[in-house]
Design a protein around this ligand. Structure first.
Ligand SMILES: *Cc1c(COP(=O)(O)O)cnc(C)c1O
Length: 417
């Protein structure tokens, strides 16, 4: 099944979702990007160059680890984990930004811009820009700049200019607006590095393509390790890039169940979570360049969202995944903050692994389901990133009083709270 074969449909649409909704002025630059991406996709040496870059720079292929202790402890399915946390910069985000970096080089541009909320995508983009020698500007809400001092420090030291956006709520949405303004003004030499499989076509397709490296590796590795395909595959879904990346490896294997895990936050109820599909609070709209499901009110104003994991705290969702959900190819589940904390504790104790809070959503759902499966069955979880970045939040969530106080004091010192 080629998700991106548009022969029978409209290019850039997945069922009714996707599209390119942008101001007319950006038409030519988007066309240029589409052409460059098409050429690169049809050129086998481009993918080869990408793979070699990721091998030498980011440690790919990332391994798959069998969680033998947890599998035994839960008494159900054999649990395997794809280790995207072992990438340079600590998550799958580097796959996408390095791929886009190669494309920028191919287009002959010299400057990149990006927006970032929690700072992870800005950090990855700054890394890429340093490596390729591009000028880079990272837009970040002023509130987020204050909350994410360590990320800002590294971005600046890698040569990026970090702009604290003081409009509106001074968070991600305002940073996106400011970044778009920059793009409109400087599109001749500038590429906008989008961080997830969202936004106007060709971004969802392009980001999915770069992230498909996860699924391509995982299918072969799991076959070699366990001698069979997984029964169920789990990945957390923020914008949806790590999930679509892993799922593409198993798209044609109709017996493999694909499970997307969204941020259930405090639980159901508008404003309490970021579970766009699992909690059925979202509706179809057009925003941020695409048509998809958004958490919005009846007037189309975006709702507040909540998740313990900053990377999942997002109002929209990848249009490709929405289409696959409607076709019942991907099942969506919501995982609450509380369930995430329990899964994290269990995984740290039993396996010595610290999943990122985002990834821990996939773990929580997978561990729950694995417990009631047979010992012959196999589940695969995408560990999209490492949890070191989440130390303050995890200490808080675990509720360890001694550490909580110590870490609060440190957080104040660093200005990360
Ligand atoms: C950003 C991030 C996510 C969410 O993004 P997707 O595009 O949904 O993959 C998940 N995990 C980690 C570790 C992240 O940094």
């Amino acid at each position: 099944m080629d998700l991106f074969d548009f022969k029978d449909g409209r290019e850039g649409y997945y069922g009714d979702y996707g599209g390119t909704f942008l101001p007319e002025i950006l038409h030519s630059t988007i066309e240029e990007l589409k052409r460059a991406f098409r050429d690169a996709r049809e050129d086998p040496s481009f993918w080869q160059e990408f793979v070699e870059l990721m091998q030498s720079y980011s440690g790919r292929p990332t391994p798959i680890t069998h969680l033998a202790n947890l599998s035994k402890q839960l008494g159900g399915a054999q649990i395997y984990v794809k280790r995207e946390d072992l990438n340079h910069t600590g998550s799958h985000k580097i796959n996408n930004v390095m791929g886009q970096g190669l494309l920028v080089k191919r287009m002959g541009k010299s400057r990149v811009i990006a927006e970032t909320g929690a700072g992870q995508h800005g950090y990855a983009t700054a890394t890429m820009a340093a490596r390729f020698g591009f000028h880079s500007k990272i837009y970040m809400g002023a509130v987020d700049v204050a909350r994410q001092r360590p990320n800002v420090f590294w971005m600046e030291n890698m040569g990026s200019e970090v702009i604290a956006v003081r409009d509106g709520q001074q968070t991600l949405k305002d940073a996106i607006n400011e970044c778009l303004r920059d793009w409109v003004t400087n599109m001749d030499d500038t590429h906008y590095v989008l961080g997830t499989a969202c936004g106007p076509h060709p971004f969802p397709e392009m980001v999915s393509w770069f992230q498909s490296i996860i699924g391509r590796e995982a299918r072969d590795q799991l076959m070699a390790l366990s001698g069979r395909l997984p029964d169920r595959v789990f990945a957390c879904v923020g914008g949806g890039s790590n999930a679509i990346g892993l799922f593409q490896g198993f798209m044609d294997d109709s017996d493999v169940e694909l499970v997307g895990c969204e941020a259930g936050g405090f639980g159901p109820g508008k404003g309490n979570h970021a579970a766009r599909l699992a909690y059925k609070d979202a509706s179809v709209g057009v925003a941020q360049g695409m048509k998809t499901y958004f958490l919005q009110n009846d007037d189309g104003n975006m709702l507040e969202t909540h998740s313990v994991a900053a990377g999942l705290d997002y109002i929209g969702v990848n249009p490709v995944l929405v289409h696959l959900w409607e076709q019942e190819r991907v099942r969506f589940e919501a995982v609450t903050d509380e369930q995430v904390t329990e899964a994290l504790k269990l995984t740290m104790r039993s396996e010595g692994l610290i999943p990122a809070l985002e990834s821990a959503h996939g773990f929580a759902q997978a561990l729950t389901e694995a417990a009631s499966m047979s010992t012959k069955e196999v589940v695969l979880i995408n560990m999209s990133g490492r949890g070191d970045k989440d130390i303050f939040t995890i200490a808080d969530a675990i509720g360890d009083d001694h550490w909580k106080q110590f870490i609060r004091a440190k957080a104040n010192e660093y200005g990360t709270e």
